[in-house]
Design a protein around this ligand. Sequence first.
Ligand SMILES: [Fe+2]
Length: 170
Amino acid sequence: MNNRNMAEFTAPGLPNEAAKSTIEVLSQRLIALLDLQLTLKHIHWNVVGPNFIGVHEMLDPQVDAVRAMTDTIAERIATLGGTPKGTPKAIVEGRSWDDYSMDKAMVIDHLVALDAVYNGVNSDHRSAIEKLEELDPVSEDMITGQLADLEQFQWFVRAHIESSSGELKA
Ligand SMILES: [Fe+2]
């Protein structure tokens, strides 16, 4: 591999081109989850109103879990010979979405916005699984395991904004 961000090695038996493409997919997932864990903390700090404590305390375990996922992805990138990028500049330059727009706001408004954040992150994680299926089943398995947790976290959020007939507030 001659890209300066790539090592001379990758996982044994994995073709170099597949490794390079896998690293590209994983790098996007790394940026998304670094952004997500920062956004979750931001909401934890700025949410107000009825049910404050429940929502405030719901978010910290999500921060911890998502932060652990970023570590797993970053170390997989390094294992494959890539360079995981975790600086604020890398996040801002590498993402395709806008910064979370709300500061202090009511529980319901933050949770509707967070549901939209999870729509983006989780659908992109699902697309990544499809790409990784062809490239590297080990990375595919890793991202699949993460998506189960991310989808559960989105359910926690949706349970606050769902009506008894199953409609979500918009
Ligand atoms: Fe806190």
